[in-house]
Design a protein around this ligand. Structure first.
Ligand code: NAD
Length: 280
């Protein structure tokens, strides 16, 4: 059977840059790109996660899987230009940018990870760092890889936000029983601001590039299951109409759809995969 519509998700040989490619969702983006026939180019500030993700891809799709791992800091425009120029030299084009990297402080598990961080004592250094990676880094990647896309007259940017780009964190799920109020840790304000900001960046760029052949959209993943403790899982599941956290695999088909020609009429959109949480 000729799959007239499913064939639109074929992204053979498209060069797809994935920031934060060494992380949990970085692997899912890379799987989506690989299944579509494209070339995932993982960018990360550290090597270990990228190598682990590449190894998993090779186990899943075979030794000859095409996956590049590039150590770089997305807060440096100079380094990003170097990456782009090398990719253009090697492949002649950059087709997709997935702005996925962010500082994602794990509050779940209690204050042992971060210390007792409240809004009123939230360190400005941490704010600056989170904004630098999550927002400035995404803007710089859009500038640098977008310049190549402008020249090509074609390109796709997928910005990764969160349900926390749409709603405030319910801080009750991060509370630890028996810990005094001033020792409790909250989900940091910078996370909300970065994730809301990604939606603003998407809308700005979608309009800016509407007549340049570049589509820009946001995906909001939510509540990824990743070995969190039982108490946290129970509390967060209670806030989700589907009654459970998400499996990272549940994002892959949507990612491939959004970075393919199956979604040619989609720009400026926010796609929410949250088990219904923001509808409640
Ligand atoms: N995990 C979740 O539950 C969840 C839920 C909703 C949204 N998200 C979003 O999905 C995205 C990925 O989340 P994740 O859970 O895979 O995070 P992760 O922490 O596993 O991965 C993030 C990666 O970004 C890299 N990174 C950090 N600073 C960098 C820099 N300056 N330059 C290059 N790389 C850098 C890190 O080394 C890390 O490998 C994030 O934007 C996050 O906000 C995650």
């Amino acid at each position: 059977m000729n799959h007239k519509y499913l064939n639109k998700m074929d992204i053979t040989d498209r060069v797809c840059v994935i920031t934060g490619g060494g992380g949990l969702l970085g692997l899912k983006h890379a799987e989506a790109v690989t299944e579509g026939g494209g070339i995932p180019v993982l960018l990360d500030i550290v090597d270990a996660g990228m190598e682990r993700n590449k190894k998993i891809l090779m186990e899943e799709y075979g030794e000859d899987v095409r996956c590049e791992c590039i150590i770089t800091d997305i807060t440096s425009r100079e380094k990003l230009c170097e990456v782009r120029d090398n990719l253009i030299k090697k492949y002649g084009h950059v087709d997709v940018l997935i702005n996925n990297a962010a500082n994602n402080p794990k509050v779940e598990g209690g204050s042992k990870n971060l210390g007792a961080i409240r809004f009123t004592n939230f360190p400005v250094d941490m704010w600056n760092q989170d904004i630098a990676v999550g927002l400035t880094g995404a803007m710089l990647c859009a500038q640098v890889f977008g310049e190549a896309m402008e020249k090509q007259g074609k390109g796709i940017v997928l910005n990764i936000s969160s349900d926390y780009g749409l709603i405030a964190p319910d801080q009750r799920i991060y509370r630890k029983e028996g810990v005094p109020e001033d020792q409790q840790t909250v989900k940091p304000v910078s996370y909300s601001v970065v994730k809301h900001g990604m939606i603003g960046l998407t809308k700005y760029l979608a309009i800016y590039w509407a007549d340049k052949g570049i589509r820009v959209n946001t995906l909001c993943p939510a509540s990824l299951s990743n070995g969190q403790d039982e108490e946290f899982v129970a509390k967060i599941s209670n806030l989700i109409p589907l009654g459970r956290m998400s499996d990272p695999d549940e994002y892959v088909c949507t990612i491939l759809y959004m970075i393919s020609d199956a979604a040619t009429y989609m720009t400026g959109s926010t796609v929410v995969l949250d088990g219904g949480r923001t509808s409640w």
